[in-house]
Design a binder for this molecule. Sequence first.
Ligand SMILES: [Zn+2]
Length: 108
Amino acid sequence: MMTTKMEAELFCLHCKEDTPHTVVYVGQSLKRIKCNKCGSALEIKKDKLIEHYAVDFIERVFTKPYRMTKELEGDLKKFIISLPIRIITKPYRIAKEVEDLISGRKDE
Ligand SMILES: [Zn+2]
């Protein structure tokens, strides 16, 4: 499947500020949002979001756009800030180590 990468200025939950992010779409679906500054990534599982968001909002954010527009960037900002905390993954490089060690939830 085709991978599309786009840049957007978004709020990072780890840096606690707006930083450049890489937004990755695989096929037609939003797959990952990664902070270019600290490397933390949100791996997105669309089916887990259905219970939290309106379907039209999910479609707008998740369907691959032709380009990163201001409107989409605004939607992504809203989306990230409103994400339920349990959907947010560990910073990416830590997550790589942790996923081999545990299958359940582990607190900091
Ligand atoms: Zn960050």
